[in-house]
Write a protein that binds this ligand. Structure first.
Ligand code: FAD
Length: 462
């Protein structure tokens, strides 16, 4: 009988989990999660993601127990911890689903080398992307820099597999585990997580529920409603995908055949933006710190801790920006269109380095994702691959009028403006502004011109 350590990472699920499936079919299993804050280069999770991880691991632990085994939790550098667990369990094999960040791949390679030297089998599986990054390349064998041909190449590539059934029974040796509560992932003193708990159900059951709700209702009309932050018009699957509580294979299969077709295609296109960004990260491991387009290294960003703080706290005086930043703070999530607008405001109107915004989102988003977050920040800045044209600067007032015309989103998160509409809502400074709401912190036209001049200085158009 084989005993296999299944090392779970960003794949906290029992269904459609090829590594777990392989091990469970083969014999005894030890299901392991390692909290690795010790290995060089691995980015520590932000506060909101730590909260999510706590609850996701609690849910996974309960599911593993219901299947007959126990989730083993260990903390430390994976290159030390994983071999120690293999030895404690007297295991013959170790398996995992692949990950694509640079430092993470180095760790996995080191564990594989250790296994080879100790007569332990090691196997890895594809589980978290529809297409492995090395399978989607340009004719010249290079990674794509532009999304549309990337999407077409994915559509031409081998059809992604069907999802695998959930593992229902697990058995294996008893191995010592840390106590999840002692990891301190859940905030205390103060516990600021009430808004997150109200908005989300971390774990595989929550992910499945969310997917079903989406396919049964929200998907119909997605193409139009996804642009309106005041309605529940998107799937809100992002944190579940981030932690692998649901896989893109399951998501793809769930929407297959759904109609109307334009809604399904629009949704699958977003799923492929996720793929595109992960392929970018695979080719550019330092995406969160280094401008993809080197000429942006010469950009003269402003340093203004006070302006950054006003943006972070949702006190810019621009209602849609403030609503977005407060939604993020309260719920750990922000609507995609508002992410673009708030990011544009920081980068272009405040002329603050995109990396400061990326870091704030990293700390506060429950879906903070090592590829999607930096890639989207670089896209908004214009420094990224297939970036947003730098001459386009979102005007938060026009955007608010267009996408939150009735103010249902703004007034939910900026209660100072409750009961207002039209100009009194979108431009409150001209209409008896409430005493407790800030004046606009910058002039939109003037700061737009300043941004364009700064972009011209580095020759951004070339
Ligand atoms: P849906 O519209 O239902 O889309 C389904 C899935 O497709 C999402 O769950 C997500 O996995 C993927 N997706 C959707 N839009 C994008 C996109 N623009 N780029 C890549 N994948 C996408 N997404 C994250 O998952 N993590 C992040 O850290 C993150 N940071 C962002 C930062 C900025 C500045 C911007 C502009 C966007 C960011 N996004 C990020 C992308 C996008 O905003 C979220 O994925 C989306 O809002 C999640 O909501 P949803 O699940 O309801 O999306």
């Amino acid at each position: 009988m084989t005993t296999t350590v299944v090392w779970l990472r960003d794949d906290l699920r029992l269904a459609d989990n090829p590594a777990l499936r392989h091990a469970a079919d083969d014999g005894d299993v030890v299901v392991l999660y390692v909290l690795d804050e010790a290995s060089a280069g691995v980015r520590s999770l932000g506060g909101a993601a730590r909260w999510w991880l706590h609850h996701s691991l609690a849910a996974l632990g309960a599911a593993v127990e219901a299947a007959g085994a126990r989730l083993v939790l260990r903390r430390g550098a994976a290159i030390e911890v994983v071999p120690a667990v293999i030895q404690d369990a007297r295991a013959d094999a170790v398996v995992w689903n692949r990950r694509y960040g640079g430092p993470e791949r180095e760790i996995d390679a080191a564990v594989k080398t250790w296994a080879g030297e100790h007569d332990v089998e090691a196997h890895s599986f594809a589980a978290n992307l529809l297409h492995e990054p090395w399978t989607i390349t340009t004719g010249a064998g290079e990674p794509f820099q532009v999304y549309s041909p990337f999407l077409r190449a994915c559509q031409r590539a081998e059809e992604p597999r069907d999802p695998l059934p959930a593992v229902r029974r697990l058995a294996g040796p008893d191995v010592a585990s840390d106590d999840l509560d002692e990891w301190g992932l859940h905030p205390s003193a103060p516990d600021w997580s009430a808004g997150l708990a109200e908005a989300w159900e971390p774990g595989e059951t929550g992910a499945t529920r969310r997917l079903t709700q989406f396919v049964d209702g929200i998907l119909d009309g997605y193409d139009a409603s996804r642009e309106r932050p005041g309605v529940e018009g998107t799937s809100r699957l992002s944190p579940h995908l981030r932690f692998g509580e649901v896989s893109p294979f399951q998501v793809r299969a769930a929407v297959a055949g759904a109609s109307p077709r334009e809604d399904r295609d629009a949704f699958l296109s977003e799923i492929h933006w996720r793929e595109f960004n992960w392929h970018l990260l695979y080719a550019n491991p330092d995406l969160a710190t280094v401008n993809h387009r080197a000429k942006f290294d010469g950009m003269r960003w402003r340093r203004s801790p006070g302006d950054l703080r006003a943006w972070q706290r949702g006190r810019t005086g621009y209602p849609l920006v403030d609503a977005g930043m407060r939604q993020l703070w309260q719920t750990g999530w922000m609507h995609n269109r508002v992410r673009m607008i708030t990011a544009s405001f920081l980068i272009k109107n405040l002329l603050i380095d995109w990396r400061a915004g990326e870091q704030w989102f990293w700390d506060t988003l429950v879906d903070a994702d090592a590829a999607n977050n930096p890639a989207n920040w670089q896209w908004t800045a214009g420094s990224g691959a297939d970036a947003f044209p730098y001459v386009r600067v979102f005007n938060p007032v026009t955007q608010g009028r267009k996408f939150d015309a009735d103010g249902s989103y703004i007034t939910r998160f900026v209660p100072e403006l409750a009961g207002r509409d039209g100009s009194a809502l979108h431009e409150p400074w001209d209409h008896d502004p409430p005493a407790d709401y800030p004046e606009p912190m910058v002039d939109l036209r003037r700061t737009r011109r300043r941004a364009l001049a700064a972009y011209d200085d580095i020759g951004a158009s070339g």
